[in-house]
Design a binder for this molecule. Sequence first.
Ligand code: 5RP
Length: 292
Amino acid sequence: MADLDDIRDGSNFGLGQEVKKEGYYLKGMNNTDWGLKNRMSRIFNQESGRSVMLAFDHGFLMGATSGLERIDLNIAPIIEYADCIMGCRGMIRSSIPTTTTKPVCLRTDTGTTILTEMNHNVLISEEEAIRMNVSAMAAMLAIGDDATEALTIANFSRLVDIGNKYGIPVMGVTAVGKDMARDARYFGLASRVCAENGASIVKTYYTEGFEKVVASCPVPVVIAGGKKLPELEALELCYKAIQCGASGVDMGRNIFQSEAPIPMMKAVAGVVHNDLNPTDAFQLFNDEKAKG
Ligand code: 5RP
């Protein structure tokens, strides 16, 4: 029961002061719900507006690929250097400590190992995503393949409906058919289709002309790293993407297959958050590596 004595009437109503209107810092998000924005704010650094997401979802298609044989040994120790972690529910549940406070972007679709690139029409349930306290959900949207394009778009759209219902951002993971050039035209098309279907984040690949991919996508774009490159080249890739307007990376192999994953994560973060050029970032990588 409320106290009846010593009731203090309010006196500090800020009369004459306008209620602050929030200008949200991430593009395309102004008209989204509080919960969705709050989750995005956990993923994207509020000073740089960018994110270093660590992807380790590869196993659902590729099995125990190099660097992901033991998520508990190879990934768990490095997540503290990422802004967000991206993986599949089984690996997160079994191998990532529940004590982590890193936001989780959960790989929500699944596929077969036969069609290695194209995923089908399976999504995990919203109850499962909420139970895992996710900050975002990711699913592939693949264009250019007769057999799968419609399925992945339907799947993706369904995930956006779920995400919007619960205020959970959805990240579209772009893929293009084997007959399509892996260029700005087609990654731009796939990115735009993700955004048109309600993605809050789009994950795609850096290509020449990337500034057009970013400009025509109204929500934050992050890049995958792709296959393992020498560290300097991977840092150049990040730098070029950031300079073209990318909002960060969702990078896997170029981090966990690096000879020094933590120094690499720090160097990538230098590029993403501090606009370090590739030479300085590579120097940072080497300095951190030398510390052992
Ligand atoms: C494409 C993916 C990959 O599994 C992965 O996240 C890509 O990361 P990288 O290319 O940096 O290793 O999302 O389905």
